[in-house]
Design a protein around this ligand. Structure first.
Ligand SMILES: [Zn+2]
Length: 311
């Protein structure tokens, strides 16, 4: 057995190599994730809390329109895993980022390229594509994260990717996923019980990113402020909605923090319906993680329901 004295001196070649191996191993052990939107960063963090997760956008940005900045390219270049919505949501910027980043680990059709919306059934897949219909998402509505059942399916699809990319941590990922799924299922039951009064209520939305929430809760979107998807609201169209809503005031007019407040405030004043800014994703008011995102969303909708119902 070697005594301490016989160990290599600090700066000899052997120790240098040993230190180098150690440092490259620890760098590899830390999974680096590039998430396009905060909801997917939050979901990845549930399964891989130790991972270094970079989120490309915040709740205050519209994920349809992001600039492919050099800082984003640099982050993607070093990522082991990309987690984005897909289904066309990032069509305006992600393909460019991927090209510029030139990182084989996150190329399409590799395990490191995970598109959440492509793991689930999507609503509103157009039968035919027609640009006259506005900025329609060809692969269906990509805003899938406001249906907790779909989030659960996406988490289950993300797990094998993590195991594949980082097999050393597979046991940990499986344990974290099981824990998340159990808490999430319990939360779904709680949310569905609480949300019963919202069933069959009418809502107006700014953009159709509330479709999955609507369908989950059995609400009904009776109008969108955008005359066509991706086309900003205008006063002529708002007046049309106002007359359509005469005698049937909706529960609320919903927008996300990144939407302009003017159109929904205008329609709110014109119809008497409250204009609500819901958190929309993690980072929005009161939404620190996926659980509080749904808690907050339901709280706001249920308070609108309570104030709208004559006592
Ligand atoms: Zn959209």
């Amino acid at each position: 057995m070697r005594s301490r004295k016989q160990l290599p001196a600090p700066f000899n070649k052997g120790t240098g190599l040993f230190l180098l191996l150690c440092s490259s191993f620890s760098a590899q052990a830390e999974l680096r994730v590039f998430a396009c939107e905060p909801e997917w960063a939050a979901l990845t963090a549930e399964l891989a809390p130790e991972a270094k997760i970079y989120t490309a956008t915040t709740v205050y940005q519209d994920p349809h329109f992001i600039e492919a900045r050099p800082s984003l390219i640099a982050k993607l270049r070093n990522a082991d895993l990309l987690v984005c919505s897909g289904a066309g949501l990032e069509a305006g910027w992600l393909p460019l980022l991927i090209r510029q980043a030139n990182n084989p680990a996150v190329l399409p059709d590799t395990p490191g390229h995970f598109l959440a919306a492509m793991q689930v059934d999507r609503l509103d897949v157009p039968e035919k594509l027609d640009r006259s219909m506005g900025d329609v998402h060809a692969e269906g509505n990509p805003h899938v994260h406001l249906d907790p059942h779909r989030v659960k399916q996406i988490a289950a699809a993300l797990l094998p990717r993590l195991e594949q990319i980082d097999p050393q941590q597979a046991v940990t990922y499986r344990r974290n996923h099981a824990n998340f799924e159990q808490r999430w299922q319990a939360a779904i039951q709680r949310w569905e019980t609480a949300a019963k009064p919202l069933f069959a209520t009418n809502i107006v939305v700014h953009h159709k990113e509330w479709r999955y929430l609507e369908t989950w809760l059995g609400m009904q979107i009776v109008a969108s402020l955008e005359p066509k998807p991706g086309i900003p609201p205008n006063i002529g169209y708002l007046n049309t909605i106002k007359s359509q809503l005469a005698n049937r005031t909706p529960l609320a007019i919903l927008r996300k923090p990144a939407d302009s407040s003017k159109p929904s405030k205008w329609l709110g004043n014109a119809t008497g319906a409250p204009a609500l800014v819901l958190p929309y994703t993690v980072g929005g008011e009161g939404a620190e993680d996926l659980f509080s995102l749904f808690d907050q969303t339901l709280d706001q909708l249920l308070s609108a329901k309570t104030s709208a119902t004559p006592q």
